[in-house]
Design a protein around this ligand. Structure first.
Ligand code: PEP
Ligand code: MG
Length: 323
């Protein structure tokens, strides 16, 4: 089977009915690039920049960040690279920021919430991203957006830093797409409002599932509620994809669900444009997609969202597409 997959490294991902789907990789550091390239990713769908900030005693400088982002876009040779701004808090702590302990860290002061307040930390990262954008196909994505106002503030800060750099003669790409993660139910439910202003969505199911089911993603006792195939989750995905397409935007997914063989037929059917996953899942996913017809799956997925339970959905997918 491995040999079969290896043949697909330099192929694009095309479904049985000839539709192109983008298969991208999630990375945490430039060190992950080798695996990404060896596994034939068509881009980076999620670069988790928080690892640049972790395991150290002070913030990374603009220069250090610039070098890391530049290396990633350069080595991807013009393929799309979605870089997520700092997503700290929740399960990821930064001791040197000395933030007060919270009762519910996953519902607390994290990610974009922290960045919009700690403006210098955020602006430093934005400048590093803007400077790196001149070296490849860089897209910026904000994590944990809950309201349109947060997205607007983040985008305004990015554009302000861009204007300042340009005024100082620094090269910056003028076609940077600015998107957001959909990982808070409010943004999925109101995706039509966000779709008018973003360039793309990337659905973060790791968090979207925990917030939709109100089940901590780290807590074993409630892990039975962590149900990617629950019709509620599938309906949210559908709302996001449909809203994006209505505005001519694209919708991807960078949560674990995107690389899961049971989820893939459902997500193709719901019309997802981009699937971002760990590098080792790319070739099996591409191999699976070659055998699936997107048109046929559209009817199937739209039936699945009306089943009663996640188990029934899983059973139907397995019977029909994973024999
Ligand atoms: C997610 O929430 O699905 C996601 C991709 O982000 P992270 O796992 O880094 O929270
Ligand atoms: Mg997340």
């Amino acid at each position: 089977q491995k040999a079969e997959w290896a043949k697909l490294v330099n192929e694009q991902t095309t479904t049985k009915d000839g539709q192109h789907v983008e298969l991208a990789a999630n990375i945490g550091t430039p060190k992950d690039l080798e695996g990404v390239i060896n596994n034939g990713a068509e881009g980076i769908g999620l670069y988790r920049t928080e690892f640049l900030y972790m395991g150290r005693t002070e913030l990374p400088s603009e220069e250090e960040q610039f070098e890391a982002y530049k290396e990633v876009v350069e080595r991807m040779e013009g393929k799309p690279v979605v870089i997520r701004t700092l997503d700290i808090g929740g399960d990821k702590e930064l001791p040197y920021l000395d933030l007060p302990k919270e009762m519910n860290p996953f519902l607390g002061f994290r990610a974009i919430r922290l960045c919009l307040e700690e403006k210098e930390i955020f602006r430093t990262q934005l400048r590093a991203l803007l400077r790196a954008s001149a070296f490849g196909n860089l897209k910026v994505m904000f994590p944990m957006i809950a309201t349109l106002d947060e997205f607007r503030q983040g985008k305004a800060m990015l554009l302000e830093e861009k204007d300042k750099l340009v005024a100082n003669g620094v090269s910056v790409s003028d076609s940077i797409e600015i998107g957001m993660m959909v990982e808070i139910p409010s943004t999925a439910v109101a995706a039509d409002l966000f779709a008018k202003e973003v360039d793309f969505f990337s659905i973060g199911t790791n968090d979207l599932i925990q917030y939709t089911m109100a089940a901590d993603r780290m807590n074993e006792r409630v892990s039975y509620l962590y149900q990617p195939y629950h019709p509620a989750i599938l309906r949210l995905v559908k709302m996001v994809v449909d809203a994006a397409h209505k505005e001519g935007k694209w919708a991807g997914m960078c949560g674990e669900m995107a690389g899961d063989e049971v989820a893939i037929p459902l997500l193709l059917g719901l019309g997802l444009d981009e699937f971002s996953m760990s590098a080792t899942s790319i070739l099996p996913a591409r191999n699976q997609m070659l055998t699936l017809s997107k048109e046929e799956l559209a009817a199937f997925a739209n039936e699945m969202i009306y089943l009663d339970t996640a188990d029934e959905v899983e059973k139907r997918v397995r019977e029909t597409y994973l024999k």
